[in-house]
Design a protein around this ligand. Structure first.
Ligand code: AHR
Length: 805
């Protein structure tokens, strides 16, 4: 039921292939000039403008912002011993997961919320091993708390040995746990590491007879950020972003694929042993160790405004009948009381008991995530009215999936954008002409997610260009949030994420530094700014052609390319081989007038034709032979990875995708195997038309494919007195630019420039080179109110110009 643009995006990226570099040409123009009207200041810039969106995706929380080292500590992940190894030296002992719902309900588990535990029937020696989340990072001299709950059944009463062991088999710490009871009892020991290893594991062993039940086996580092239980280096990386608003906990995680998986904050607070772990939409079981309380605490520790997104009564698949929405309304009201209520209120007292007597002062609540349609509107109305009545000061945020609800009118509407760098650059002026009478905007999720490699400089340039537009228009765009934040590199469920980590290290994408630079240099009052004479950046104007397949085999014949004046630009009856065509992968062969790709491999493509071709019509016959997908035609191709495309029978032959580099139109459809189709694509200006057997199947238009290569915002910072300019040069080459600070009176002629750029737009940071693309600072000197500066191609420059303050 959900209109699922983003998931389509990911699917099509995975199935149909990713492209990574830009296709942009600059037009010649006069000298560029930026004019900042310092003497006519504009609106105040909301302090919440630059924020971030946090979701437990890519094992960002379990496995590791939440630093539990043991994976499946509570045996809730499955009915088998998942992520544990049981080593049974004489083959007589047994280990099994007991699900109290199906086995021994009369005996019960650790508590009513914890449904599973481990049972060991020991007859001699045994050992349990847990390797955590792709290895445990153990650091020499650091201490770790080991905790478990056990219950002795049938006489088991020999000690358990607990050891932390390096990948090379060296013991880094050990302790003994003994004296078990017949009822559940907790045991805690402290372990201090005598050596370091990022890939260590834990072993729990014994030699004994009888039965022992175990649950909540935990190993936690004692050192956490601000002693609030989060992995220090990752929390610090986040903190360095100076994020001003913190949207949590999702995302799709809020909705759940079904209600069973939706995020329910009430199950995530209090004693961790009684939190109900649940299957996370992003492909793993979540312990809820980072729960509602901890999210609020994290926002407070970051100095960011917490923004809680709550389920509206809709999952990806279902919706709650209107007459059963009572609990959803109550949950929203209670969430506010938990965050803000007095210590003697029902939920405020629970917050106090959980360690935070003072209210968190949460001001923002978003009702639903990416929900839309009539079902959303009526549920929005119910919850929003209830909140408005009881908590009139709360800012209510609505989804704008399709259209935003108008009854009651939201305070802010949440828009989400995931696209390629060129889309963001071209849309950097999106809000310049926004109707100022319409509701204010929260761009609650945005990021360059395609044509950016694994997150390169070009992606950061796209985001930075877009952010200048957010800042210029922050009278209407009051808040924004980059999404998503964290990714364990061993489990990348989402293609592009800002902070990437393994058990020990992390690195930020170039976009991480762009986020930092905008937040650190926001300023308080917007200054009007004009750009003149900058070269225009033209996207996807020209280029040759290509064919492709993905996980399938196909044939092509009778190829003809006609220019718009009817001239034949290219023709082939495939009597000659295609040695001069550029290939990526696959087995391409010409035989009997047919070009065939016969390997079952992803992204098998060939490219041909001239990079200077602009408008043309390509016709050919195509036939799918076998495999998952269909036929791909590339056009306006500048290099092997950057072009427009039409995919016939993509997403496992369930759809057709027309992608002009800015917008992607996906419609349902399939093609038959072993049938020749007449295929035609007309490429004219910003309009692409795609035909199958003479019938127009898809058409897509981007009216203006040109934009200023320079994107700028300017602000006055009343605190420091600085005039701050953010200048993005999205063109490939240097651009000498005159900056005129019109009407500025107190400039000292001194300042600094912080520049984010790199040798090529494709440069990325990695675990080995974490700061390859990171900002460099230099001093700036000028006289009067004008300075001239050369902005490198693909750069973001923050200019902070001092005034006598
Ligand atoms: O940020 C990743 C996902 O993208 C979010 O969960 C969802 O809101 C959007 O579809």
């Amino acid at each position: 039921m959900k209109k699922d643009i983003n998931k389509h995006l990911v699917t099509s990226l995975l199935l149909c292939g990713l492209s990574t570099v830009l296709n942009a040409q600059t037009t010649k123009a006069g000298k560029a000039k930026i004019t900042v009207e310092v003497n006519t200041p504009g609106h105040r810039i909301p302090s919440t403008l630059f924020g971030s969106f946090f979701e437990d995706i890519n094992h960002s929380t379990d496995g590791r912002l939440y630093p539990e080292l043991i994976r499946n500590r509570s045996f809730e992940d499955s009915d088998t011993l998942e992520n544990w190894k049981f080593i049974n030296q004489n083959d007589a002992s047994k280990a099994s997961v007991i699900n109290v719902d199906t086995l021994y309900p009369q005996v019960g588990g650790l508590n009513v919320f914890n449904r599973k535990y481990l049972s060991i029937e020991a007859k001699g020696e045994f050992k349990l091993e847990n390797y955590g989340f792709w290895g445990m990072n153990i650091v020499k001299g650091n201490s770790y708390t080991f905790k478990l709950a056990t219950r002795r059944v049938e006489g088991f009463n020999t000690p358990l040995k607990v050891s932390i062991v390096s990948a090379a088999g060296i013991e880094l710490a050990n302790a003994e746990v003994k004296g078990f009871d017949e009822g559940w009892k907790y045991y805690t020991v402290s372990l201090t590491a005598t050596g370091s290893d990022p890939k260590a594991h834990i072993e729990i062993s014994a030699k004994g007879n009888g039965r022992l039940h175990m649950d909540m086996i935990s190993l936690m580092p004692d050192q956490t950020w601000k002693n609030h239980g989060l992995r220090t280096d990752l929390a610090e990386a986040f903190n360095a972003m100076q994020t001003k608003v913190f949207r949590f906990p999702g995302g799709c995680w809020v909705e759940g694929d079904s209600f069973k998986q939706m995020h329910n904050w009430k199950k995530t607070i209090g004693n961790i042993d009684t939190r109900t772990s649940s299957w996370n939409f992003w492909g793993y079981n979540a312990t809820q160790g980072l729960g509602y309380h901890e999210y609020l605490q994290l926002a407070e520790d970051l100095g960011a405004e917490p923004l809680f997104c709550i389920n509206v009564g809709m999952s990806h698949r279902d919706f709650v009948p209107m007459d059963q929405m009572g609990q959803w309304v109550q949950d929203a009201l209670d969430a506010i009381e938990y965050a803000n209520g007095a210590e003697n209120s029902v939920w405020g007292s629970i917050r106090a008991k959980n360690g935070h007597p003072k209210p968190f002062n949460m001001k923002y609540i978003e009702i639903g995530n990416e929900n839309g349609g009539d079902q959303y509107a009526e549920r929005w109305k119910l919850i929003a009215n209830a909140i408005r009545t009881k908590y009139p000061d709360i800012t209510l945020i609505a989804n704008s999936w399709g259209a935003y609800p108008k009854d009651p009118m939201p305070d802010l509407i949440d828009e989400h954008y995931y696209d390629n760098p060129e889309w963001f650059i071209l849309n950097a002026d999106k809000y310049d002409n926004y109707d100022r009478k319409s509701p204010k905007i929260f761009v609650g999720e945005y990021a360059v997610t395609s044509k950016t490699g694994k997150g390169n400089l070009r992606g950061a340039i796209g985001e930075a260009a877009w952010m200048t537009g957010l800042e210029r228009n922050s009278d209407v765009v009051n808040m924004s949030a980059y999404a998503p934040l964290f990714c364990n590199v061993n489990h990348r469920a989402w293609p592009i994420n800002l902070i990437n980590f393994d058990s020990q290290h992390w690195y930020g994408l170039p976009g991480y530094y762009a986020q930092q630079l905008f937040a650190q240099n926001q300023g308080t009052v917007s200054l009007p700014v004009k750009v003149a004479g900058a070269p225009l950046l033209a996207f996807y104007e020209k280029g040759g052609l290509g064919f492709g397949t993905s996980n399938n085999s196909a044939e092509f014949k009778d190829l003809k390319v006609l220019a718009s004046d009817g001239r034949v630009l290219f023709q082939s009856d495939f009597t000659k081989n295609i040695d001069d065509w550029q290939k990526t992968a696959g087995e391409w062969e010409v035989k009997d007038g047919v070009l065939r790709q016969s390997a079952t491999t992803v992204n098998a493509s060939v490219f041909f034709g001239d990079k200077s071709w602009t408008d043309y019509t390509v016709t050919f016959k195509g036939r799918k032979i076998s495999g998952e997908n269909g036929i791909q035609i590339y056009f306006r191709n500048q290099n092997k990875e950057d072009q427009m495309r039409w995919e016939i029978g993509c997403n496992k032959n369930t759809g057709f995708t027309l992608d002009n580099g800015f917008s992607k139109q996906i419609i349902p459809g399939s093609i038959e195997t072993d049938r020749w189709y007449d295929i035609k694509v007309e490429v004219k200006g910003g309009t692409i038309k795609a035909y199958l057997d003479g019938k127009l199947i898809q058409e897509i238009s981007t009216p203006n494919l040109k934009t200023n290569s320079i994107c700028v915002s300017a602000a006055n910072d009343e605190l420091s007195g600085d005039i701050i300019l953010k200048v993005v040069n999205a063109a490939p080459g240097n651009l000498k630019t005159e900056i005129n600070l019109s009407g500025a009176e107190k400039l000292t002629g001194k300042g600094k420039a912080i520049v984010l750029t790199s040798a090529t737009p494709l440069d990325e940071n990695t675990m080995e080179q974490p700061t390859k693309v990171s900002p460099k600072t230099e001093n700036v000197k000028f006289s009067g109110t004008t300075l001239t500066r050369s902005f490198p191609g693909n750069s973001l420059t923050i200019l902070r110009l001092e005034t006598q303050h």
